[in-house]
Design a protein around this ligand. Structure first.
Ligand code: SAM
Length: 221
């Protein structure tokens, strides 16, 4: 398990499991070239919308109560809802281009809440410059249409000293489980983050039972 340069870590406490039941199914979907339609978005939501990678990511990025977080490609909002418990004095935004997923995400949110879901894409993040302390992308970067533009946008919306977290399921060796696109491996992602000028880039693996994520962290340029 894991990949070059990573340090295996295990035994993460599951906050998510206290409130929701994560899917036990393996989370591999084809592919970066997938065209997200209403139909396959619904299929994704049913099969993997509550996958444990959401829990593993949120519990390993050291969120603070005051954080302003944007989850890019939030799907049905599982990670946003977990993060909102920790960031109880801040705000958590989820953006996703699929209206179907955003509609599902908006269901069952207590009001008032520190959560907001917005239809939008990473290539044109619907936020002002320097809006967020943290940006996250969980099993999402492989699906972006234009990662160069997306990385510039992430950098734009981060506050000074803000951090960007990218997580992907641990599948086989260095395979991301999301097709064979330009960001298939961790090395691909690390290279492109460096090219985009992000700094302090690290990669670490986290596991819980039979599941795990590769978690890449970097800071604003
Ligand atoms: C594999 S799903 C992951 C969803 C969620 N983060 C999770 O882990 O449960 C990939 C998500 O990326 C979204 N996505 C696809 N293209 C995108 C883009 N250009 N910008 C932002 N999100 C995108 C999809 O709509 C989908 O919800």
């Amino acid at each position: 398990m894991g990949c070059a340069g990573s340090t295996p870590v295990s035994g993460t406490q599951s906050l998510y499991s206290l409130s929701m039941k994560p899917s036990a199914k393996k989370h591999h979907i084809p592919s970066n070239q997938i065209v997200w339609t209403e139909k396959n978005a619904l299929w994704y939501a049913e099969q993997f919308g509550d996958h444990i990678s959401n829990d593993l990511t949120i519990n390993n990025i050291e969120l603070n109560p005051n954080d302003i977080v944007i989850d890019i490609g939030c799907g049905i909002g599982t990670a946003v809802k977990i993060a909102s418990i920790i960031c109880n004095k801040g705000k958590i935004y989820g953006i996703d281009p699929m209206e179907t997923l955003i509609k599902i995400a908006k269901k069952n949110i207590d009001q008032p809440s520190n959560i907001e879901f917005i239809i939008g894409s990473v290539e044109n993040i619907p936020f002002k410059d320097k809006s967020a302390t943290k940006v996250i992308a969980i099993n999402s970067i492989h699906h972006w249409n234009d990662y160069n533009k997306g990385l510039l946008e992430v950098n734009r919306v981060l506050k000074p000293e803000g951090s960007f977290f990218i997580s992907s399921d641990i599948v086989n060796n260095n395979d991301c489980g999301h097709g064979n696109g330009p960001l298939q491996t961790n090395e691909d992602i690390l290279r492109e983050l460096k090219n985009a000028g992000f700094i302090d880039i690290t990669l670490q693996d986290y596991t819980l039972d039979d599941d795990g994520i590769h978690l890449i962290q970097c800071n604003k340029v």
